[in-house]
Design a protein around this ligand. Structure first.
Ligand code: PGA
Length: 253
């Protein structure tokens, strides 16, 4: 059985007061004794990761970074390395989010370098892929997304190196827009991604959780998560609301 995951990506939002208010609502909503099958994750801005982790200690929710340097160490002002994340026992890191690709010119090659750095430190990469609105309208959206997945696979001589990887399919046109892919549209892409993984490794295809992201809310989460190839969600805006996010977490079990 594949791992089920709900991850909240706070992006560049929040401050110390926000964390305190969020946690006081959220921790009473997330049952630490719940069956614990699904992995629950929050990715705050890096500066707040320790504080949030401390406040989540009584829950089963783990923290994630939102980005990492493609470089190991050295003169890279402003960067934070995977080794540093590993030093602080950060268990997950989002990589290749469409905002990083579009606003910070991150390429597939950068994504491979970042995933490589993370895996060296035993950190689980949550690798984001997805098509733009123009790419969807062109009809080539499956090729676009599977090419992003293949670029990651091709970066590793052994697919077994990617055994811990999590993928997140996030159609760019659905991020922060309130437009969600229908469960059928999302399932079609998730299935295509799984077939693409299987073209390199059947084991990886069976094992790799593929999350859906793009305007996930409590109202639409369950029907998305019920699709056979959707293993959970990567949630942006709705993860900033404690009650809404906890209701989304409940949809995964
Ligand atoms: P959204 O963002 O849920 O606000 O659409 C998703 C994401 O960017 O991960």
């Amino acid at each position: 059985m594949r791992r089920k995951i709900v991850a909240g990506n706070w992006k560049m939002n929040g401050n110390q007061a926000f964390i305190e208010a969020f946690i006081s609502d959220f921790s009473s909503l997330v049952d630490p004794e719940a069956d614990g099958q699904a992995e629950l994750i929050l990715a705050p801005p890096l500066l707040y990761i320790e504080r949030l982790r401390g406040r989540l200690a009584q829950t089963r929710v783990k923290v994630s970074a939102q980005n990492v340097s493609a470089y190991e160490d050295g003169a890279f002002t402003g960067e934070v390395s995977a080794r540093m994340l590993g030093d602080l026992d950060v268990p997950y890191c989002i990589v290749g989010h469409s905002e990083r690709r579009a606003l910070f010119a991150e390429t597939d090659q950068d994504v491979v370098r970042k995933v490589t750095q993370l895996l060296q430190e035993g950190i689980i990469p949550i690798v984001c892929v997805g098509e733009t609105e123009a790419e969807r309208e062109s009809g080539d959206f499956i090729e676009v997304v599977t090419a992003q997945v293949l670029a990651v696979l091709d970066g590793f001589s052994e697919t077994s190196a990617l055994a811990s990887m999590v993928l997140a399919y996030e159609p760019v046109w659905a991020i922060g827009t309130g437009k969600t892919a229908t469960p059928e549209m999302a399932q079609q892409m998730h299935k295509a991604i799984r077939v693409c993984l299987a073209s390199r490794s059947e084991e990886l295809a069976q094992k790799c959780p593929i999350l859906y992201g793009g305007s996930v809310k409590a109202l639409n989460a369950k029907e998305l998560f019920d699709q056979p190839d959707i293993d959970g969600g990567l949630v942006g805006g709705a993860s900033l609301q404690a009650e809404e996010f906890s209701r989304i977490c409940e949809c995964i079990g």
